[in-house]
Design a binder for this molecule. Structure first.
Ligand code: GYE
Length: 333
């Protein structure tokens, strides 16, 4: 029995000693390939909008371009799924964690776990509020308050001469999410000095086209009956998908979007710019989903030990009904 056991033990020990080499790929693999790649765990919040699909695509493409090994999870708009994904990245000991937080609060515990393992965290797209400071290295995304301000200022210009009240409906994004808060606050700030502007109804459509449509159907039933003196003059939708869903709801009822009701939305995806050209939307504030390359640059710099700025904002503009169609940009999404 002993005679058989000893060689078997020696073989097992030899396999165990060689295991790390097998796990990192064949020995003739070129340097800098798989085993030496930077590993990035990215917890995407969901696939709720066209914007989100473009953002995911941008991250995946950029990871390939920069030779970064990407672990990508889609959390289906659920914070608990994002937390699970971040925990799995920590367990895998990735080099960097990035995530687009679905809501602003309750991230402290999982981020403290990442910090305990010395894994740097980057916020992409949305912001968070934490009790402890220093739980993430940098934020990369848009200035949502500024987007709301742009929408409000455009509205103030558009209705500059109107003597009567302007009834506004707001379709909010996901409650508890930083773009929802920023866009709401910025918009209100920009119109607050003029008492004619009245937000008569504000409801969440969760950044989704289907919910934008359903919510707008209900709102129209309740607030839109011009023959009885019930008017909606303006719709401010926190993203293009909800605005386009609302356009469907209006057209279904014989209401001309962009003419009977002025519509402002945010994102500037291709379908929204087309609707702007057709006169169905009046103002589209840009919010860029193309953060992938910037993110990879940050990841590479972080791993090399470089200093990273605490916030990096995308440069953004807006498009309106007054822009000549040929000046509108071609969008891949
Ligand atoms: O505007 C919307 C998406 O967080 C900025 O989320 C992002 C928003 C974007 O679903 O379309």
């Amino acid at each position: 029995m002993k005679k058989i056991l000893l060689p078997a033990l020696l073989v097992t020990a030899a396999i165990l000693l060689c295991a790390p080499f097998f796990m990192t790929g064949p020995p003739d693999e070129p340097a800098g390939d798989y085993g030496n790649k930077i590993v990035l765990g990215f917890a995407q919040l969901g696939a709720e909008s066209e914007w989100r699909s473009a953002s995911s695509e941008s991250v995946k493409r950029a990871a390939e371009k920069y030779g970064v090994e990407l672990m990508f999870e889609n959390a289906q708009q659920k914070q608990e799924n994002q937390i699970k994904a971040i925990r799995s990245f920590i367990a895998h000991r990735v080099d960097v964690i990035a995530f687009a937080p679905v809501v602003e609060t309750d991230w402290d515990n999982v981020l403290l776990e990442a910090r305990a393992e010395r894994i740097p965290v980057i916020l992409v797209d949305r912001k968070i509020q934490t009790e402890f400071s220093g739980l993430y290295v940098s934020f990369l995304g848009s200035d949502f308050t500024e987007e709301g301000v742009k929408a409000g200022r455009w509205l103030a210009r558009k209705f500059g001469e109107t003597g009567r009240d302007v009834n506004i409906v707001e379709l909010r994004g996901t409650d508890g999410a930083s773009p929802t808060r920023g866009r709401s606050e910025g918009f209100r700030d920009a119109i607050s000095s003029d008492v004619r502007f009245r937000i008569v109804c504000s409801e969440s459509g969760d950044f989704m086209r289907s919910k934008g449509r359903e919510t707008m159907e209900r709102i129209l039933d309740e607030y839109f009956a011009p023959s009885e003196g019930r008017r909606i003059d303006v719709l401010f939708a926190h993203n293009d998908d909800m605005a386009l869903g609302a356009v469907e709801a209006m057209e279904e009822r014989g209401i001309a979007p962009g003419r009977d009701i002025v519509i402002i939305s945010v994102d500037a995806q291709r379908s929204a710019l087309e609707a702007l050209e057709e006169g169905k939307l009046n103002c589209v504030v840009e919010c860029s989903p193309y953060v992938g390359e910037r993110l990879m640059e940050i990841v590479v710099s972080l791993v090399s030990g470089d200093e990273i700025p605490p916030a990096i904002f995308s440069e953004e503009t807006m498009f309106t009904e007054d822009d000549p169609p040929e000046s509108l940009p071609e969008r891949p999404y």
